[in-house]
Design a protein around this ligand. Structure first.
Ligand SMILES: [Zn+2]
Length: 177
């Protein structure tokens, strides 16, 4: 009898809580949808535009050569080639996030390699310079040159984002917040 009574009490208490939670969640999901469409709009508006002299002032000569003049660091010399810590790689030009450390792998090609980029962080452009047919990768926020993407990467994407260390900064996982 007392068991039945406590079950009844549980139902009486739980039903309003569940209903209340559902109402709150419903309101939240509507809010989130709104926030997402807003942040997408902001992304388009928030392209980082700088003049060449501004870039020259902000970047080191080495960074300027690679990020703004599409240079390439010498193979096996970059600080992130053999770097395997947990965190996020960001754009050296604007600080935008580019690659998660979980997607970095040892390609042996001499440059940091990733099999995937963070969604909407990079843009692809056909690059036929130097007599090669390649896909150039640039930062979607500030259009800085990062590297190239090739079709010889590992699963699950089969892609190899071959990126200059100079084009990136690294944020360890603990400081990500
Ligand atoms: Zn950038």
């Amino acid at each position: 009898m007392s068991n039945n009574y406590s079950n009844l009490m549980r139902i009486i208490i739980l039903v309003p809580i569940i209903l209340f939670t559902l109402i709150i969640l419903n309101g939240q999901s509507g809010k989130n949808k709104h926030a997402i469409s807003n942040s997408n709009q902001n992304k388009v508006l928030k392209k980082v535009k700088r003049t060449e002299s501004e870039w020259k002032r902000i970047l080191s000569p080495e960074e300027y050569k690679i990020l703004r003049e599409k240079g390439t660091e010498r193979a096996f010399t970059g600080k992130y080639d053999g770097h395997f810590e947990d965190g996020v790689y960001t754009c050296a030009g604007c600080g935008g996030t580019l690659f998660n450390s979980e997607t970095k792998y040892r390609s042996g090609c001499g440059w940091p390699a990733f099999y995937d980029a963070i969604e909407e962080s990079v843009e692809e452009t056909e690059d036929n310079s130097l007599g090669m047919n390649r896909i150039e990768i640039t930062c979607s926020k500030c259009d800085s040159h990062l590297g190239h993407v090739f079709n010889d990467g590992p699963d699950p994407t089969g892609l190899r984002y071959c990126i200059n260390s100079v084009s990136m900064d690294f944020k360890p996982k603990d400081n990500k917040k």
